[in-house]
Structure formats: C-alpha cells, structure tokens
Design a binder for this molecule. Structure first.
Ligand code: GUN
Length: 290
C-alpha cells in the first residue's frame, strides 16, 4: 500500500515567514519599513477572520499593517477616495481590498483603482496582463503559494498533465497560467465539465479549487499524482473539508496537501512576500532617483 507524502503547508509557510524577517530587518535598517494596508468593507465573518490573521502575520514579520474597516453602507466613491489616499501614501507598499465587496460596489472598478505598483493581490488588469504574457510583477497570493508547494515536492512540471478544477480569477485562471509557464500541459475543468472523473484520472497534477466538499473522489487520483486542495468548506459535524476526499486520495497520490494546514497558510505567507517584494522595489526606485 502506497501512502502519500503529506505536504506540510503550515511548516513551509512558517519557514518562509521566518526567512522574510531577515529581509524586513535589512530593509527597515535602510529606512523603509514595509507597509500593508488592508481594507474591509462590511461585516462578513469569514472576511473579518482573514483580515485579522493577515494583520497578525504582518506584525510578526515586522511589516507595518494598517487596517481600514468601513461600514457596509460605504459608497463606491468613498472607497475610491480611500484607495486614492493609500496609492499616494509613501509608507504603504501594498494595498489589499478584501473580497467579496457588498453588492452596491463594483468590484472591478475598485480593483482597477489600486495602483498596479501596490497591487499585492495581483488582481489589477496590468498585473493580470503581465502574468499572461509571462512577465509577472505581482502574482496572486494563493497561486504563488501553490507553486511553492509543488516546488517542495521536487516534481518537475515540464510536460506533465496538470488539471485545474475551478476557473475563478483568484485561483483557477492564474494558477493555470503559472503551470503553463512551467511547461505543463494544462486542462481547466469547472462546474459545467461533462466528465470530471476522466480528466482527474489523466492528471499528474490536480489543483482543486471548486469549493464543493470532497467533489473529487480519492480513487480518481492517478497513482503518484500531486494533489493540491484549495477548498476550505465548512461541513456540519466534520469541521473544515477540502474539495478532495483526502483520506481515500492518500492511497493513490504521491504528494497531497491536507485541509486545513495545506494551501491556506501559504496564501498569507505569499501576501507578506508580495508586500516585501514591493517595498524592496520601491526602495530601489527611490534610491536610484536620489
Ligand atoms: N477573498 C478571498 N480570497 C481573497 C484574496 O486572495 N484576496 C482578497 N483581496 N480577497 C479575497
């Protein structure tokens, strides 16, 4: 019986955050303390938890974290005004507007208002375009974390069959492009795909990002495959459950991420990395101009 290597996302994320401290200290000593602004509109409980965790992680890494919590009735114009201020603030190197936004606010207009130079989420069309053309500046945090996890397995993606299940702007589409950049043959499946099982059975690498608990059955997984589960589904009586039937998949997979403790911790770590990358870039630009 083969048992999969369980990818320790929590441990890998902690190590990354530890390494980041040195970069933050060096940059701070040169006069630039990395700063991240996190904007939350409304009272979505899950978003509140995410935002709080992001703030704590920043503090631990020595990054200045500024949180703006706005009332759910905040107008689009008010939110745009805040973004304008943050774009101009020299102590802020990263701006993150937590999604989803209330219905009366046009999400795309907000994402496009954030300076592409401070877009640590990588959601601005400029950064999306740079990713498509293979010249990324900011890569979205969750996909960047996923690539790091795959890297730790030592599996070379070149020529491999990679399957992405899910087509969101936050995970599915960007991770597909990043796998493609590493020379994988990429397939994207989604809720209208006719034969998901067949696609999973063919895949050397499976990225599950659909948000349906245990939609991907364990016996569909090809022997030795790398399985990355982005799903965080709260199921009554079971706690947090991924998009993959983890227990059964462990018998087939070569490497697999657990839920929780897999992709989740990597997303925050990569947000910190993107913020420090940004602060370093801005520091360099300023030094060259001086
Ligand atoms: N909501 C869920 N995931 C994300 C993310 O990666 N960034 C932002 N800004 N909001 C989110």
């Amino acid at each position: 019986m083969i048992m999969a290597n369980i990818i320790d996302g929590k441990g890998i994320a902690l190590k990354l955050r530890e390494e980041l401290k040195t970069r933050v200290e060096e940059l701070s000593a040169k006069g630039t303390v990395p700063g991240l602004a996190v904007v939350l509109v409304g009272e979505d409980p899950a978003s509140e938890v995410y935002v709080r965790n992001k703030g704590r992680a920043c503090e631990k890494a020595g990054i200045k974290s500024v949180q703006h919590t706005l009332d759910k009735d905040t107008t689009q114009a008010q939110l745009l005004e805040l973004i304008k201020e943050l774009n101009a603030d020299h102590e802020i190197h990263g701006i993150l507007v937590q999604l989803p936004l209330p219905d009366h606010i046009d999400e795309q207009s907000i994402l496009e208002a954030i300076s592409p130079n401070k877009d640590v989420d990588g959601f601005h069309p400029f950064n999306v375009g740079r990713l498509i053309t293979g010249n990324p500046v900011f890569e979205p945090c969750t996909p960047r974390g996923i690539m790091k996890l795959i890297e730790t397995t030592g599996v070379d993606l070149k020529g491999k069959e990679a399957l992405v299940v899910g087509r969101s702007n936050i995970v599915g589409k960007p991770i597909a492009l990043m796998l493609l950049a590493k020379h994988a043959t990429v397939t994207i499946c989604h809720s209208r795909t006719r034969d998901l099982e067949h696609a999973v059975r063919m895949a050397d690498v499976v990225i599950a990002a659909v948000g349906v608990p245990e939609m991907i059955k364990g016996d569909w997984i090809k022997l030795g495959a790398v399985v990355i589960d982005v799903g965080i589904n709260r199921v009554e009586g079971q706690g947090l459950v991924g998009d993959v039937d983890f227990e059964k998949a462990c018998f087939n997979a070569g490497h697999i991420t657990p839920v929780p403790g897999g992709v989740g911790p990597m997303t925050i770590a990569m947000l910190l990395v993107n913020t420090v990358d940004s602060a370093e870039r801005m520091h360099e630009t300023k030094a060259q101009e001086a």
